[in-house]
Structure formats: C-alpha cells, structure tokens
Design a binder for this molecule. Structure first.
Ligand code: HPA
Length: 268
C-alpha cells in the first residue's frame, strides 16, 4: 500500500472520475478490477478504520475494463461512534481527488413485498431520518436552504443507467425509497410497519449522509441496496449481522457485474 502523497499522484495521473463506496461484505465484488494502487484508511488523516466485520478500510485505484475507478472498500458508520463529519470523510476525499460520479452500495433490509433476500434495489430517493436535525444537513450545491422543495439527491439519469446495467445482466431492478436509520439495532416489527407507511421500500444504516455530502460538493450520486433480509416482522426468525454477510456472499457476483455495467456506461 502507498502513502497518501504517492496514492494522490497515482490518482492524478490515471484521472478517475467515478468512485464506488462498497458496503458490508462487498469489498471484493469487483472480480475483474485491475488494481494499480491502494491506500489504507489508516493513512488518511481524520479517516478512521472501519470496525465492522465485512468492511476492510482500503481505497483502491484500478481499472474496470478501460475505465479508471476509485473503490472505497468499506465505510465508517455513525453507529460506530463516529461524528457525521467522519462518516462523510471518504466522500470528501473522493471529491478532493476529482471524482464527479459516485456510486454508493449498502446492505439493507427489504420492506417492499418484492424485495426478497438476494435482490437488489436502485435508490430513487431516501428518508434521511438518522438524526433530529437531519434536514439541516448538507444542501446540494445550487440548491440553497429555504428556497422551496428539494429534489431527490439521487440522479434520475444515473437511476436509468443502473436500470440499463441491470437489464444487461438479466435483472429488472426496482427503484425505491431507502430509509436511513441510525442503528446499530435492527428495527422492531412496529418500526418496519411505520417505515412502510411512510413510503420506505428498504431500510439501512448508511448511505444517506454520504449522498447528501456528495451532492453538496457537486458530485452526481447513484446508490444500490443489496437486500440481505426482509425487514423485522416480515419473515420468520430473527436477524443478525452474520446472516447479512452470508446472504451478501450470494449476491456478490451479480452486484459486481451490475457495478461493472454501471461504470462502463458512465465511462471516464
Ligand atoms: N435493518 C437495518 N439495516 C440493515 C438491515 C435491516 O433489516 N439489513 C441490513 N442492514
């Protein structure tokens, strides 16, 4: 692995415009990635190492086909005890390194009836309900506070790109609403019913703040949830993080092909 200065030089000469932040158990989904340089989160001042199993804490510069790409293998979460500023650290670093298009992936619980474990959902919008002052969060550049309604922070253009990438691997993907909750506890069945009534199709503990931060920095954002379980009360049995990682292992290959298809279409 390189120092931050060497890694930055490598990134400057390759000139990637697209970055992917990979969620729980997803670090190795890009099977055909050609790695040219890497950096540990530990070597970036202010970026904590992820403590959650399944998040490796490495930043990789590589090529997917002909396209240069930055991959963040793992993220840090608010529930690990980090401030929101630290949660947004990888996204700020990506923007500093010249990234213009960001794909965020996560593991999530399915609430929409068609979201079975093993399926994938494109994020069309989110309910950012992770903190009381959520609506005082970063505001998209060009969208000042208190000036009327706020559009979805997820790019409609990139939703279509993900749909096409899905079709190219034989999947018709649902585009839905992601509810971001603080965690680390999973929800109660009553909370899942409440989220459903509020319009959520999937629930997870990441992504929304990173998305909002990226938008505030002028970065176009897309996101995918890998559904690892049905929301609490929607299926038999109880849920833990090991089940999430186990189901992730089964989705990995399809998720990798979807990401590669996205990157190819977005281009450099
Ligand atoms: N709830 C919240 N976060 C999650 C879930 C869930 O059911 N599954 C994976 N991440």
């Amino acid at each position: 692995m390189q120092s931050l200065a060497d890694f930055t030089r490598s990134v400057q000469s390759a000139g990637p415009r697209t970055a992917v932040v990979l969620g729980s158990g997803q670090s190795t989904v890009l099977a055909d990635l050609t790695e040219t340089a890497s950096l540990s989160f530990a070597d970036v001042p202010g970026l904590p190492l992820p403590s959650v199993q399944g998040h490796s804490g490495r930043i990789v510069l590589g090529y997917s086909g002909q396209t240069p790409l930055l991959i963040f293998q793992g993220r840090v979460h608010f529930y690990e005890g980090h401030t929101w500023e630290k949660v947004a650290g990888p996204v700020r670093l990506a923007a500093d390194l010249g990234i213009k298009t960001l794909l965020l992936t996560n593991a999530a619980g399915g609430i929409h009836p068609s979201l079975e474990p093993g399926s994938m959902m494109i994020l069309r919008d989110h309910l950012f309900w992770q903190r009381p002052d959520a609506w005082q969060g970063p505001t998209p550049s060009g969208c000042p506070n208190l000036r009327g309604e706020r559009p979805s922070p997820y790019s409609p253009r990139l939703v279509q790109v993900l749909k096409e990438a899905g079709r190219s691997i034989g999947e018709e993907l649902l585009d839905g609403i992601y509810a971001a909750v603080t965690g680390p506890s999973y929800e109660t069945p009553a909370e899942i019913r409440a989220l459903r009534t509020a319009g959520a199709d999937a629930v997870g503990m990441s992504t929304a703040y990173e998305c909002e931060t990226a938008r505030s920095l002028g970065v176009e954002v897309a996101a995918i949830s890998a559904i690892t379980n049905k929301g609490a009360g929607l299926s038999e049995g109880t849920l833990d993080h090991h089940d999430v990682l186990h189901i992730m292992a089964g989705i990995r290959q399809r998720l990798g092909r979807l990401i590669a298809g996205f990157v190819e279409r977005v281009g450099s």
